[in-house]
Ligand binder design. Structure first.
Ligand code: ZN
Length: 412
């Protein structure tokens, strides 16, 4: 997933498998790097600093002696990684979450772009270990990877080496957003995105269905509860089991959300649509605790995040609007209702429509009234009640091929 480095720079981490395992020199380097990161974390904590430069100043000489053989750029990069771990640690401490001294457990190393060479033609990385010692890493290059390797508008950022794979960061200037010719307004729900597509004064209903996300969440929640009960006498085991369960759950939901986002973006790109979404920030449900748990917001927030990042990479404008009253307002007469029960929105003025689609109309009207949707205009009366466009449905999951994207660029 692309990450915004500066306003104008986008970074996307692309995962590559290696043709053969990591050479032993590189394995040792990972261990040394982890050691250096953990030492730097301790040094930073003692001196109350988190910036890379400050750490270089106070600790570089000692580190040089402790790690005499490590390539100096890698050493500086270890300070950088330690710095980001410390910043997260400091944030947690400020929030009052008591936590232990942070410690990096997994084997990894990060090399800045000056500290490695990638031959984009052959897919070979030249990684310096120490003076006079380099290793060669041969990447498995698929068609998906070729897109990034061959696109010379993309420059290379950092390289993250893990025991079984590497992540290469590709960077590019943020593309200019296109001027929208249509709009795709989406109401985000637990099992679907529901909304309207508006083009040339005509509005049609659109839908992206992803019921499995909620099902997976529910199933794993139940299993977690059972595990906790069964292992109640052993808190550590139960915690570890839950963590593994959680990681698996996240992974499965994540890959489904990526598919949904891809279909939404493909649709928007082809029709030059601005995407309108509700702003979920600070959004808290007033429902009971039990319901809250089940309708956990994170997949929806995550879906928005993915859509926004990917849209930026493609230059598709995304508009976020305050969802207040969007499910209770009549888009034709403007009346606000007290309750929002039922699947159908009905108004005294005679307007009636699927509740979710109705909400998406209100989101779009908010965007238009605030001038956030270009010069687009929209009349709810022009809605075609008998048409439904499918952006995504579960059956599409089997057809889409897995992609190698992942969000691991940095270390947190
Ligand atoms: Zn009305």
């Amino acid at each position: 997933m692309p990450v915004i480095v500066k306003d104008w720079m986008l970074v996307k981490g692309v995962v590559f498998r290696l043709e053969s395992g990591l050479p032993s020199e590189a394995k040792f380097l990972l261990e040394d790097f982890r050691l250096a990161v953990n030492n730097a974390i301790r040094a930073g904590l003692q001196a109350h600093i988190t910036s890379r430069n400050a750490m270089v100043e106070i600790a570089y000489r000692d580190f040089r002696q402790e790690h005499p053989r490590m390539y100096s750029q890698h050493l500086v990069s270890a300070f950088e990684v330690a710095g980001s771990v410390l910043k997260n640690h400091r944030k947690r401490v400020r929030k009052g979450v008591t936590c232990r001294i942070p410690y990096v457990k997994r084997l990894m190393m990060k090399a800045e772009n000056q500290a490695y060479k990638l031959d984009r033609e052959s897919g070979t990385i030249d990684l310096p270990i120490r003076a006079g010692c380099h290793v060669e890493l041969r990447l498995v290059v698929s068609q998906y990877h070729r897109k990034y390797l061959d696109d010379m508008a993309l420059s290379l950022g950092s390289l993250t080496v893990l025991p079984d794979r590497v992540v290469v960061a590709f960077r590019k200037d943020a593309p200019k957003l296109f001027v929208p010719e249509s709009a795709l307004s989406l109401d985000t729900n637990e099992r679907s995105l529901d909304g309207v597509f508006v083009e040339g004064g005509v509005a049609k209903a659109v839908k992206a269905d992803f019921p499995e996300v909620a099902i997976i969440q529910q199933r794993h929640h139940d299993r977690r509860k059972r595990l906790q009960k069964k292992k109640a006498h052993d808190r550590r085991t139960s915690r570890n089991l839950c963590r593994t369960e959680g990681a698996r759950e996240h992974h499965r939901i994540d890959s489904r959300l990526h598919q949904v986002a891809d279909s939404v973006l493909k649709f928007a790109e082809e029709r030059r649509s601005a995407i309108v979404l509700e702003d979920l920030k600070g959004f808290k449900s007033k429902r009971s605790k039990e319901l809250n748990r089940r309708l956990s917001l994170w997949p929806r927030r995550k879906l928005h995040q993915i859509i926004e990042y990917k849209a930026q990479w493609k230059g598709i404008p995304v508009v976020k609007v305050d969802p207040r009253n969007s499910s209770r307002t009549c888009p034709t007469c403007g009346r606000i209702q007290d309750s929002r029960m039922g699947t159908e929105f009905k108004c005294e003025c005679g307007w009636h429509l699927d509740r979710h689609i109705n909400a998406s109309m209100n989101l779009l009207q908010t965007a238009i009234s605030k001038g956030m949707a270009g010069g687009l205009r929209f009349n709810p009366g022009a809605f075609q009640h008998d048409v439904m466009m499918t952006l995504y449905e579960p059956a599409m999951a089997a057809r889409s091929e897995p992609n190698g994207t992942s969000g691991i660029v940095g270390m947190t």
